[in-house]
Design a protein around this ligand. Sequence first.
Ligand code: ZN
Ligand code: ZN
Length: 394
Amino acid sequence: MINTTASVWKEALASRYEETVAWRRHLHRHPEVSYEERQTALFVAEKLESFGLEVTAGVGGHGVVGSLKNGAGPVVALRADMDALAIQDEKACEYASTVPGVMHACGHDAHTATLLSVARAMAEHREEWSGEVRFVFQPAEEVSPGGAQAMIKEGALQGVDRMYGVHLWTPIPSGMVAVRPGPMMAAVDDFFLTVYGRGGHGGMPHLCTDAVVIGAQLVQQWQTIVSRSVSPLQPAVVSVGALQAGSTQNVIADRAVLKGTIRSFDPAARELLRVRFETILQHTCAMHGAEYELEYRVGYPALVNHESEAERVRRVAAGCFGAERVQEADMLMPAEDFAYYMKEVPGCFVLVGAGNGEAASYPHHHPRFDIDEPAMLTAGELLAGLACDALMNP
Ligand SMILES: [Zn+2]
Ligand SMILES: [Zn+2]
C-alpha cells in the first residue's frame, strides 16, 4: 500500500534529483575531515537560507541547524553528518576527491545532500504538515568526542520531540531499508599505550627489559578477555590495531606503543572489558619490571533505538516502498554518535541500502568507497515521511 503523503515526497525529491546528485558530487570533490568542515557548513547554511529556513551556524563547532516552522505542532529533528575521512581517494571518476589524503569514504556527503533535498521539499510542501522540522547538520561524527554531544550542549535539541537519522549502507542493496528496535550500534572505547622497558644489546637481554616481549604478551593476554571473561552471549571486541617497537635486529627495544579499540553493547560488559584490560596490563608490566603510560579514551555509548519509533520507521518505510523492501537490521560493532541524541529524545537510526554490486560494493572507509546515488531518493523519502508522520501522528 502506498499512501498519498509518501507520493508527494517521492515526486518532489525525484523532480530535483539531478540537483541533489550535483550537491553530493560537489561535497565529494571537496571533502573536509572531522572538526574542519568549514566550507561544507557554509555550503549547507547557504542552501538552507535559500530555501527560506531560519539558520544557525557554528553550533557545537561547525554544526548548522536549520529550522522550518509551519504553525503549531510538535518538533521533529532530522540529522545528517558532514565530515570526511583521512583516506586517499582511489576512485577513477569525475567526482573523485580533489583534496589529497581526504575522502568521503563513509557517505556523509550523500547524507548532507539528502537532508538538504528533504529541507527544500518540506519547505515547498507545507500543506502536508504543521509544527517544526529541525534540520541538524552535524560535524565530526567519525572522531570521538564527536559533534553530537557539542551540538546538544549548545541547544540543538531544545524542544525536540522526536529525532531520526539515516546511514546509507553499502553492505545492503540499494532500495532496501533496515531497522531494528533496541541496541543497534556498539559503544566504543579506544586505548593508546606506551610500555617502557629498558633497551640495550641484543646479545645481553639479561641486562634489559624487553618491550617487544611485553608488547607481544599483552596482545596475547588481551585475547582472553572476550574469549574467557565476557559472557559468550554478549557481543564484545578487543582489537589491537597497532603494535610498534624496536628498530633493528640486535637491539633490545626500550619501548612499545600499542593502540586499539574495545567495543561492547552492555554497560556492565563495557566496564568488565575495561577492568580486565587494565588488570592484565598492570600485572604483565609488573611481572617484567616495566612501566607504562595509558590513555583509555571513553568514546560513544551504544546506539539504542526506541521501540515505538523503530516501529514507526517500519510502518512508514513499508508505506513508502512496500513491506518487502524493509528488513531487520543486524546489530553492528561500528559506533555512531547518533547514540547521544537517542539518550535525549525518542527516535530511531536507520540503515538505507546503498550497494549496487558494481562501483558501490566497497565497504565503508575503503579508498574506493562509493554509494549508489539513487539511494539518496530512498533515504530522502523515508526522512520526509518519518518527519511528517511524527508531526501529524505524534
Ligand atoms: Zn564512518
Ligand atoms: Zn558514517
